[in-house]
Design a protein around this ligand. Sequence first.
Ligand code: AR6
Length: 179
Amino acid sequence: MKQVKIGNCILEIVQGDITEQDTEAIVNAANEALIPGGGVDGAIHRKGGPKILEELRAKYKGCPTGQAVITGAGNLKARYVIHAVGPIYKNGKRCEPELLANAYKNSLLKALKYNINSISFPALSTGAYGYPLEEAAEIALKIVINFLKEYQKPKLVRFVLWGENSYKTFEEVLKNLVS
Ligand code: AR6
C-alpha cells in the first residue's frame, strides 16, 4: 500500500479486490449497454446481488463512453457503485486518452454530487478493453491528482489494483508524478 497527500486529501494505491472495499463508493468498469460482463463488472454484480442490475435497468438506458452513472451497492460493503465506461483501446488515436480521463473525472463529479467522501477505482479499461497499463496508469493518476487539487474532495481516493504487475506499474508511475 502506498499513500500520498494532495492538500487535505489522500490518494492511495493498494493491491486487492475492488469488491472488498469499504469506501463509500466503488467504481465499476462497465460498458455502454450497462449489461454485466466479466472482470470487475462480473465480480461486482456477482457479489452485490441482483439489486444493482435492477436499479440500472430501471434508471438508465445505457451510458456513453467517458461517462458514469450511479446505483446502490446491494450486498457489497460500499454504499454506492459508480458505473464508469472507459474506452475500448484501438490505437491511441481515437480519443482514448481523453475518454479515459473523462471516465475518471465524471466518476469523481458523481461522487461530489452524492457527497461521497471515499471512493475506490479499478484500473479502468486495462482488462477486456485493452488499454496499455502504463499509459492508463499515467492518465488515471494525473486526472485524480488534478481533480483533488481543484476540488479538495473526495477525502480519500483509492486505486485497487488486481495483481502485482498492475500494482507495481501504478506505484512506479505515482512515484514519478509526485517526486
Ligand atoms: N478488483 C480490482 N481489479 C480487478 C478485479 C477485481 N475484482 N478483477 C479484474 N480487475 P476489466 P475494462 C482488473 O476487464 O478493461 C467487462 O466485461 C483487471 O485486471 O474489468 O474496463 C465489462 O462489462 C484490469 O486491470 O474492465 C466491459 O464490457 C482492470 O481491473 C469490459 O469488461 C479492468 O479490467 C470493460 O473492460
